[in-house]
Ligand binder design. Structure first.
Ligand code: 5RP
Length: 229
């Protein structure tokens, strides 16, 4: 698939997700290129006065983008539950098991998704896999604990790599942490791996989103396919 084809499919998935938003909803804004397309479509509707919503974003970038369209924002002091969150994914496996965090926003993405009545994934068909793990699993780590977490992850069979920016500096998350991109494990049972990762002290969050998504809108050449758990 060329990058142009992929961009067109991402746009189709984003357009389909727009149809799920109704006035009065509180909405979670995901992060990444597909979520960005969706935020732009949503923002246009808000700007034209066709939708009245409030939002919580999963990243500083997405909030900035939303504000540029005049989307009003709320927070978890005011709003404990979101009606709908739409976000992208790096891998989508059977049961709507996901790897997320390719853009480094996995912590806030998981918080926003966990507070949502409905969590909808938008993706192009290339994100579908039979088993999670070809895409390196992002793990967000407290900087001081990185050497310890690195070793613990190696014992689980992963090859972790500290994420760096294009200029070679360490990538720092919105919450001031590091990301370890963990390759080398194709997951037969992501739930077991998720529980092991949860038990490592110093791991803030990981990019396995299991049992969270209710619907995936997967754009393929023949159209947008709806997948449920
Ligand atoms: C960011 C994410 C993104 O949703 C994921 O990386 C997919 O991105 P894209 O839509 O650009 O392919 O998890 O942390």
């Amino acid at each position: 698939m060329t990058s142009e084809e992929q961009a067109r499919l991402k746009q189709q998935a984003a357009e389909r997700a727009l149809g799920l938003v109704e006035s009065g909803m509180t909405v979670g804004l995901g992060s990444g290129s597909t979520a960005t397309l969706w935020i732009k479509l949503l923002g246009e509707k808000v700007r034209k006065g066709e939708l009245k919503i409030r939002a919580i974003a999963s990243s500083e970038d997405s909030e900035k983008l939303g504000r540029s369209y005049g989307i009003p924002f709320t927070n978890f002091d005011e709003t404990k539950e979101l009606d709908l969150t739409v976000d992208g994914a790096d891998e989508v496996a059977p049961g709507l098991a996901l790897i997320k965090g390719g853009g480094g926003k996995l912590l806030r993405e998981k918080i926003v998704a966990s507070a949502s009545k409905r969590f909808v994934v938008v993706a192009d068909g290339s994100k579908q896999v039979e088993k999670l793990g070809k895409f390196p699993l992002p793990v967000e780590v407290i900087p001081m604990a990185e050497p310890l977490v690195n070793e613990a992850l190696r014992k689980l069979g992963f090859t972790p790599k500290v994420r760096v920016n294009p200029d070679g500096s360490q990538y720092i998350t919105d919450e001031g942490n590091l990301i370890l991109d963990c390759s080398g494990v194709l997951m037969d049972d992501p739930t077991v791996i998720g529980a092991k990762l949860d038990s490592i002290v110093g791991v803030v969050e990981h990019g396995l989103f299991l049992g969270m998504a209710n619907l995936a809108l997967i754009a393929e050449e023949g159209g947008v396919v709806e997948r449920t758990r």
